[in-house]
Write a protein that binds this ligand. Structure first.
Ligand code: SF4
Ligand code: SF4
Length: 371
C-alpha cells in the first residue's frame, strides 16, 4: 500500500497542483464516477491561518483538477458545536472557494441521515456521503488532546451530523473508548472513501485540534488508505503508531501490515524535530487500565480539566456544545463556569471554542505526567 508524500513549504497553487496531478493511480479510481464529494476538516469557524481546518488552497487545486475531468463537485462537512454553519463556510474560506468555482457547499447536519450498524455501535451518518459517487477525504495534520493525533481517519468523524458527535464524547469519554468509536465508524465509512489527501503544509502542534500552534511541517500526504497515511504521518510527528489503538485497528480493517506501507525512501526514517505534544492521553491511559481504587487515587492526584482564559467572548458556543450541559454563564461573569463534578472531560468545549479561550488546566502533579 503506497503513501505518497511531498515536501511543499507554502500554499503555492502550482506546487500542490503538480504533486496532486502526478497521482495518476488515485485519479484513475474516479473513472466512471461523476458526483464527487470533498470532505475537508472544517471543525469550526477558524480562518485558514489558524491551521485548524483544511486550507482552501488544497481544495482549490483539487477542484481545478476535477473540473478538468468534468466532474460534479461538492464540499461537505458537519462542523462540531453550535456555531452557525454559514459562519464556518465564511471563516474557513469555503464560501469564497464555492463562489469562485460555482460549486455546492453541503451541511451534513441537514438533508437526512443513513443509519449504519458497525460491530457494536449504530451510526447516523450524512446521506450526502452515501449519495456521492466518490469521496475524497481531505484532512488536516494535527495533534489531538484526547487521541494524541488527528489526521485522515479522524476526519471521518465529521460524517456524524451536528451535536450527535458530542453524544459520543459523552458516552465514550476516554481515549480507549473514543478510539473504538473512530474504529467502528471507519469500518463502515472506509468503503466509500475513494482516496485521501492530508494537508500538513501548515499543520498544528501542541494543544490540538483547535487551540494549538500552527506549525509549518511543509508536507502533504496522499493515498488510498486513510489508516496507512495516519500510521506514517503520526510516526513522523514522533508518536509510536503501534500504541495508538484506533490507527492500528483501522490498519487491520484495511488489511494492511505496517511493513507493507510503501513510502518514498527519503522519508523512511524521517521524524519532525520536537513536535509539541500534549500528552493528556498518558494520564487517561493510566486511568483506563487501572483497578477502581487506583483510578480514584490517580484522579485525586492527577487532575486535569478545561478552564477559561481572558480571550472568552461569552459567545455561548461551549455552553450549547457541552454534551452533558455542565457549563453556564452567570450574569456579570467574564467567563463561563463548569460544574466539574459532572464534567466528563470530553474536551468538546476546548475543541469548539471559536476564540481559543478554553485551555487544559493541570493539577501540580499532573504537570509531571502531562507534557
Ligand atoms: S469559552 Fe467563551 S468564547 Fe469560548 S466558547 Fe465558551 S463562551 Fe464562547
Ligand atoms: S465542560 Fe467541556 S470537557 Fe466538560 S463535559 Fe462539558 S464540553 Fe466536555
Amino acid at each position: 500500500m503506497k503513501v505518497f508524500i511531498e515536501k511543499i513549504d507554502t500554499y503555492d497553487f502550482e506546487k500542490i497542483f503538480n504533486f496532486l496531478k502526478s497521482l495518476t493511480s488515485l485519479w484513475q479510481k474516479l473513472d466512471g464516477k461523476q458526483k464527487i464529494l470533498l470532505k475537508p476538516n472544517l471543525l469550526s469557524a477558524f480562518s485558514p491561518e489558524k491551521a485548524v481546518t483544511t486550507h482552501p488552497m488544497v481544495l482549490d487545486v483539487l477542484i481545478t483538477i476535477l473540473k478538468e475531468k468534468n466532474k460534479t463537485i461538492m464540499i461537505g462537512d458537519s462542523p462540531g458545536g453550535t456555531t452557525p454553519v454559514k459562519k464556518v463556510w465564511q471563516e474557513t474560506g469555503m464560501k469564497e472557494l464555492a463562489e469562485k468555482h460555482h460549486i455546492k457547499l453541503i451541511n451534513f447536519s441537514k438533508g437526512g441521515v443513513v443509519s449504519k450498524k458497525a460491530k457494536t455501535i449504530e451510526f447516523n451518518t450524512s446521506k450526502y456521503f452515501w449519495e456521492a459517487d466518490a469521496v475524497i477525504n481531505v484532512s488536516k495534520y494535527k495533534t489531538h488532546s484526547l487521541v494524541s493525533y488527528t489526521g485522515a481517519v479522524k476526519n471521518l468523524y465529521g460524517l456524524i451530523p451536528g451535536l450527535k458527535k458530542s453524544d459520543f464524547h459523552r458516552d465514550y469519554p476516554d481515549h480507549i473508548k473514543f478510539s473504538k468509536v473512530l474504529t467502528e465508524l471507519y469500518s463502515i465509512a472506509r468503503e466509500k472513501v475513494t482516496f485521501n489527501i492530508m494537508d500538513g503544509i501548515v499543520g498544528m502542534e501542541g494543544d490540538g485540534p483547535s487551540a494549538g500552534e500552527p506549525r509549518n511541517f511543509g508536507i502533504i500526504f496522499a493515498g488510498e488508505s486513510a489508516s496507512a497515511i495516519d500510521y506514517i504521518a503520526s510516526r513522523m510527528m514522533g508518536f509510536n503508531p503501534e500504541k495508538n489503538q484506533y490507527i492500528t485497528a483501522c490498519l487491520d480493517l484495511d488489511n494492511i501490515k505496517p511493513d507493507e506501507i510503501e513510502i518514498p525512501t527519503a522519508w523512511e526514517n524521517f521524524v519532525f524535530k520536537k513536535v509539541k505534544i500534549k500528552k493528556v492521553k498518558t494520564l487517561v491511559k493510566i486511568l483506563a487500565y487501572s483497578p477502581n481504587f487506583l483510578q480514584n487515587a490517580f484522579r485525586g492526584l492527577f487532575r486535569y480539566y478545561p478552564d477559561f482564559n481572558d480571550k472568552c467572548e461569552l459567545c455561548n458556543v461551549c455552553v450549547e456544545s457541552c454534551p452533558v450541559q455542565v457549563i453556564e454563564i452567570k450574569e456579570g461573569d467574564k467567563t463561563p463556569t463548569i460544574d466539574y463534578k459532572n464534567c466528563i472531560k470530553c474536551m468538546c468545549c476546548h475543541e469548539l471554542c471559536p476564540y481559543q479561550a478554553v485551555y487544559i488546566k493541570k493539577s501540580f502533579l499532573a504537570k509531571f505526567v502531562i507534557r
